[in-house]
Design a protein around this ligand. Sequence first.
Ligand SMILES: *Cc1c(COP(=O)(O)O)cnc(C)c1O
Length: 433
Amino acid sequence: MKFYSTNNSEHQVGLAEAVIKGLAPDQGLYMPIVIPQLAPKLLAKFPEMSFREIGYEVIGALFSEDLTQDQIKNLVDHTLVFDAPLVKVEDDIYSLELFHGPTLAFKDFGARFCSKLMSLLLEDSAKKVRVLVATSGDTGSAVANGFLGVEGVEVIILFPKGKVSELQEKQFTTLGQNITSIEVDGVFDDCQRMVKEAFLDAELNKNLLLTSANSINIARWIPQALYYFYAFSRLPKTSKKIVFSVPSGNFGNLAAGILAQRMGLPIDHFVAATNLNKVVPEFLAGSEFKSMASIQTVSNSMDVGNPSNFPRLLALYGGNEGMLKVNVDGFFYDDEKTIEAIQKVKKQGYILDPHGAVGYLGLLDFRSKNPGYLGVFLETAHPGKFRDVVEKALGAKVVLPERLSRFLKGEKKVIPMGKGFGEFKAYLAGLDH
Ligand SMILES: *Cc1c(COP(=O)(O)O)cnc(C)c1O
């Protein structure tokens, strides 16, 4: 499979280059030149197949030119070591729980796939690889834990000082080994910009092998399509149309759902649900796409003012804005609405995290305008991961799973840094290569 840049469809590279580079030299995002189709006959068998078996088919369709059957099996088995159960919350409303991995957020899927694929592709490389990651919280923990102890790879995480919860921070700042954390005196967008500048800096890239593991990287992005296929196959048999509501920040997760749809999965509609960082919902409602400074909210993993996967949403519909707008509705919610949703759904016996709550609200609003749909919202994190918010909303304790409370005992180690690129560049230039 070749991958093209969303900024120039003539620029095409192979799988290894797309994964190691992360971002195209013209700053475009890589996209598969062909979107393979899964035959309806094959899709009809998915309800009887396991998550992993579904994974072999989907990943095989995309990567069978580049990887052996064994490698594909390895990759999928390494990624899918936890389930993604579909839980009924109300009539015709299901929560797709994506938080059963090691760091209790959906990013564990992409991070595990990414680390395994990179190590497969880099087996013969003599150079040490540096994975640079900007995080507003969950990416850092998922990537750090996905790559922990992987030989030949060092992970450098940039996160905004004071803008990430203690628990999130501890999941990457306490690990040590091949994981380094840089605490940036700025906001998430500063971290993202610093990482982008490093990738584009010719001098640095002469000596260092730098790569990304943000959702811009196809190795993080593509595996997220797997759980859409799986969830769809586990829905009750129905003649109703299916809608998926995706709580979104950088829009990698939603773009992966659209990829699944474009590969033949009969999802009828998507909801792009956000907090007050509402650039995409406003675009979908008819405004121009205009990035903004990010706003801090209770669903902080979605506090993104300039969503990096936006070009992918368009590319998936062949650049046709109208088609994107027909397929995807946008909704946004403030913190008050988010908290109210957590309180309301708790009375029905289910605990939402603040991100899932935004997805749930988007689904309700879509269904009230479009009755008769069966809906799934993505529950992207365990409520215990955002327990300050959830406990305050509910006035009750949220039980922290053991694998999460373990992190709290570790000691935080960071390198403090300003938000200018110069200091970061000097740091990177000083690393051995
Ligand atoms: C990263 C994240 C999101 C947003 O996902 P995108 O792919 O960036 O849109 C939503 N919820 C949680 C819990 C996250 O960690």
